[in-house]
Design a protein around this ligand. Structure first.
Ligand code: SF4
Ligand code: SF4
Length: 290
């Protein structure tokens, strides 16, 4: 099987323990307007434009004129010959396809880099958009004795099949209120809550991450809402929660992908994070900061 990957590289202790090889998988079923990896949203991939290198010669079909790419023309261009040109930095397809076995071999040859309990993390996009290939990848990493972590938005109905294949589980929970979740992100939160309940009950090392977003989920009522959600649906003895502050790191990438960044300017103060952590403690929920 093959996997579509839009980014890979090492980082230390950000998405799982120790030094890790992180694979970002193409495609996501949510449409978070603050997403810091917009190039990873579309399952079929996105053309990423680097204005510095964009020239008419980047497109053999004449879709670049006056320093702009005519994306309407790209929509009906099936072969996308621009993406096959070598040494061409002006227009690139967001992802590449790899055989799972090729990736497993890369991970095995990187084993000496997995110090401090490190290993491999699969994140996105949303990893479960490529569920069967992800499952095969995780199984083969396990056979090779490599520590496995995943980060997921928790929406896949078959999520619990991955429980025996993952040592560290990170699940993003974006809102406790289904109506608001659906309105902002385009999908219900029902599967996320269901999977939170199921997986928290059986997985020994699970971390819930909540991105705090101005105007979406950062009010004192929201803190109460999350507190109740976690208290009622999570094993609070084992599973921990981390609140992350909104940032605009991905803003420039939206333009490179020909997409409009619609978030209004805003920020989350350290005091807001502290307040959420205090409310969680009142609900018996343990918070951490990584
Ligand atoms: S997708 Fe097609 S039309 Fe668009 S830049 Fe590439 S080759 Fe040109
Ligand atoms: S779930 Fe994650 S990858 Fe998907 S759109 Fe939201 S922030 Fe981006």
């Amino acid at each position: 099987m093959k996997l579509k990957i839009f980014q890979k590289g090492f980082n230390y202790s950000q998405d799982g323990q120790g030094n890790r090889l992180i694979f970002h998988l193409q495609g996501c079923n949510m449409k978070c307007p603050w997403c810091s990896n917009p190039e990873g949203m579309s399952m079929k991939g996105t053309l990423v434009v680097n204005k510095e290198w964009l020239a008419e010669s980047c497109c053999p079909l004449g879709a670049v004129k006056n320093g702009e790419l005519d994306r309407a023309q790209c929509e009906i261009c099936l072969e996308k010959p621009c993406t096959k040109k070598r040494r061409q930095k002006g227009i690139q397809l967001s992802h590449k396809e790899y055989e799972v076995d090729e990736l497993v071999a890369e991970c095995i040859s990187s084993k000496s880099m997995f110090f401090d309990g490190g290993g491999v993390t699969l994140t996105g996009g949303e990893i479960t958009m490529q569920f069967d290939a992800v499952k095969e990848f995780l199984e083969k990493l396990g056979e090779a004795g490599i520590h496995r972590a995943i980060e997921s938005n928790g929406t896949h109905p078959r999520m619990k099949e991955l429980v025996p294949l993952v040592e560290q589980w990170i699940m993003d929970v974006k809102h406790y209120d289904d109506e608001k979740h659906t309105k902002w992100l385009g999908v219900t939160n029902r599967w996320t809550v269901e999977n939170l309940k199921t997986i928290s009950a059986v997985h020994p090392d699970m971390l819930i991450r909540v991105p705090l977003i101005p105007g979406f989920n950062d009010s004192p009522e929201d803190a109460e809402g999350f507190g109740k959600l976690f208290e009622e649906n999570m094993d609070c003895q084992k599973t921990k929660v981390e609140f992350l502050r909104y940032h605009e790191f991905g803003k420039g990438k939206w333009e490179q992908c020909g997409m409009e960044y619609k978030m209004a300017r805003g920020s989350i103060s350290p005091a807001t994070v502290k307040h959420f952590e205090t409310v969680m403690a009142e609900h018996g929920v343990n918070c951490i900061r990584t």
